[in-house]
Design a binder for this molecule. Structure first.
Ligand code: NAD
Length: 369
């Protein structure tokens, strides 16, 4: 059956990294018989420039109809002034699309690649062998809670409000996904919140514990406060197998954990929802990084986060585990051969551009095939 993929490159380096991801998909189509049909569309600033909105109804409909969506990144200083207030344009197209597709389970794998262990700002002996997944709740919490907005007060000052809100179904479905993931991995789950100071944290902990006792007693559950987790990720990252946490904490902790992998540019992600009419789960794949306006258009961005997102697509949407492992191995091999984009290079070391890094992965795929 033909797999329909919608690619939304977005803005800035999103265009450069998705171009390399697309070359990898083309390789699997021509060498591994991957039956895939690819369409492209606009999101973010590129969409706003053309249609006056970060996300059109047409793009939403195409995303709903697709088997999966691959996104580059969106945003940049040109459009930042549009993102204030409480109207729909105050939220990025990407955040609206995640909500639209209800992709509530955001998987962010964090691995210390052997070839990069000596190059991380963290000590090699602390990070070597690290391999865990942050499962971030993606469609609730403070990024969506109402009321929100900025208002003028009579005394001339202003007041801003965001609302952190979670319901039991929202907590339970992401916790269930986390327990199931932990069961398929090493069987350990850390549930992360701030139940010491936040009511949403109290409810989160109660619901996770209730589900643990009822259905997942075989998984080792640890409840951890988010501030402690930030510290533990640096102190001893190998203690983690699966971390489940809310939208905001997941956003922050995964960017911090990126340095275990060497750079934000190395991190892929998958955002999964419920199965659609044809039995496939709604899915968005995207590198974790943003549009990086500081380096956009210079052919220096690291495309590996986007390329590793294709490995996640092969695994989670297509059930092609062997192909996913082949691609992850090709990324390891490209790194082991010494290829470094600027973000993962030691000071003074030779670097390659975005396209040359894509060439390196394709060469490693050829060699392994
Ligand atoms: P960013 O992730 O774009 O960049 C942070 C830093 O990391 C920059 O110095 C950048 O050069 C570097 N970096 C990021 N990805 C890289 C890569 N692949 N290779 C090499 N270096 C890389 O975050 P930011 O600067 O805070 O935000 C820039 C814009 O991106 C903003 O408009 C923000 O709203 C948007 N943003 C979008 C997403 C998304 O689309 N998923 C995520 C975060 C930020």
């Amino acid at each position: 059956m033909t797999f329909h993929l919608l690619i939304l490159p977005g803005d800035g380096i999103g265009l450069e990294v998705t171009a390399q991801a697309r070359r990898v998909l083309d390789w699997f189509a021509s060498h591994r018989g991957l039956d895939i049909e690819i369409e492209e569309g606009l999101i973010g600033g590129a969409s706003h420039d053309r249609h006056g909105t970060f996300l059109t109804e047409e793009t939403k409909a195409r995303a709903r109809a697709a088997d999966a969506v691959l996104i580059g990144a969106e945003g940049g200083p040109k459009w930042a002034h549009l993102r204030t207030g409480s109207g729909p344009e105050a939220r990025s197209g990407l955040i609206r699309l995640r909500r639209e597709l209800d992709v509530y389970a955001n998987l962010r794998p964090i691995r210390a690649f052997d070839a990069l262990a000596g190059d991380s700002p963290l000590k090699a002996e602390v990070i070597r062998g690290t391999d865990f997944v942050i499962l971030r709740e993606l469609t609730g919490g403070v990024y969506f809670g109402e009321p929100r907005g900025i208002e003028d007060l009579p005394d001339g000052s202003r007041r801003a409000v965001d609302t952190q809100v979670y319901t039991t179904p929202e907590i339970t479905r992401v916790a269930r996904a986390a327990f199931e993931l932990a069961r398929r991995r090493a069987g350990r789950l850390h549930s992360v919140e701030k139940s010491n100071v936040m009511q949403t944290g109290v409810l989160w902990r109660q619901e996770v514990q209730r589900l643990h006792q009822a259905e997942f007693a075989d998984v080792a559950l640890d409840n951890m406060l988010a501030d402690n987790c930030a510290m533990q990720l640096i102190r001893d990252p190998r203690q983690f197998d699966v971390i489940v946490t809310d939208n905001l904490f997941g956003d922050l902790l995964s960017d911090g954990a990126a340095m275990i992998a060497g750079s934000l540019g190395m991190l892929p992600s998958a955002s999964l929802g419920k199965p659609n009419a044809s039995g496939r789960r709604q899915a968005i794949y995207e590198p974790v990084h943003g549009s990086a306006p500081d380096i956009a258009g210079q052919n220096v961005a690291n495309p590996l986060g986007a390329i590793l997102s294709i490995a996640m697509l092969l695994r989670h949407s297509l059930d092609l585990e062997a192909e996913a492992v082949l691609l992850e191995g090709a990324v390891e091999a490209a790194l082991a051969s010494g290829l470094r984009s600027a973000d993962i290079a030691r000071p003074g070391a030779a670097t390659v551009g975005t396209r040359a890094m894509g060439d390196g992965v394709l060469a490693a795929l050829e060699a392994a095939a």
